[in-house]
Unconditional design. Structure first.
Length: 242
């Protein structure tokens, strides 16, 4: 099967599964409590992870899951691909998340995010974003789920990075939770702009947790160095594949 045919089949699978689960999760969101919707989102991630492996040919080498304890944490992940959140919701359960407001343009998604208790932010950051994170933190203080956030607020190509926003520090510090950094090389297989997916093995790695202390700038430097340093190593190793 050629890369183009394989990628076309995956694209069809992606949209069929996504649209189907948008409808299913909307129905689950109507039910009392968050558990039915949480299970629906988890199942969506698992189905998409299956499609990535058996349709697109993308194998995920998942590492460092021992760093995910039962104690709720803030998961700060590198974001290279539209496949990143799929792997996260398929791996981490239960999971809450901080999401960009660009997702609201898709039908039904806003309703699902609201019921899921997501904190929806503008990628512009600043005072408004901080105010929404503050409101979200009040909900999360009594929530025992891990919280996923992408500190850059942007998709970054392998080797590219954007400034890390300090919302991840405020979220973790105010909740009193450790931060689990996540490095990845998924962008080598699923480029954020390219239609054709590359059949290969990539890595998603959970790293040693960091406790946010009083020194915000030191925490941000350590977080960025840890994520970007390990991601660069994974990219170099991935580019060295035959």
């Amino acid at each position: 099967m050629t890369p183009l045919v394989r990628s076309t089949l995956f694209e069809i699978s992606y949209w069929l599964v996504t649209i189907s689960f948008a409808v299913i999760c909307t129905i689950l969101a109507i039910l009392p409590g968050k558990r039915p919707l949480s299970y629906g989102i988890f199942t969506y991630g698992r189905v998409m992870a299956f499609a990535m492996r058996f349709v697109a040919g993308i194998r995920i080498d998942l590492r460092g899951t021992q760093h995910l304890s039962r104690t709720p944490s803030v998961i700060a992940a590198k974001h290279q691909s539209w496949g990143d959140p799929l792997i996260m919701v398929a791996t981490v359960r239960p999971l809450a998340f901080v999401a960009g407001d660009h997702l609201l343009k898709f039908p039904l998604i806003g309703f699902i995010l609201k019921k899921a208790g997501a904190v929806v932010l503008s990628n512009q950051g600043g005072t408004a974003a901080r105010a929404r994170i503050d409101a979200g933190k009040q909900r999360l203080k009594s929530d025992r789920r891990h919280v996923l956030i992408y500190p850059e607020g942007h998709l970054a190509a392998p080797g590219e990075k954007f400034p890390y926003k300090k919302g991840v520090y405020h979220l973790a510090y105010d909740l009193g939770r450790p931060v689990v950094p996540v490095a990845t090389s998924l962008g080598l297989a699923w480029d954020r702009k390219a239609f054709v997916k590359r059949k290969r093995t990539v890595v998603v790695e959970f790293l040693e947790p960091i406790m946010p202390g009083e020194d915000k700038e030191a925490f941000m430097r350590l977080l960025e160095d840890r994520i970007e340093g390990r991601t660069a190593e994974l990219i170099r190793a991935g580019n060295g594949e035959a």
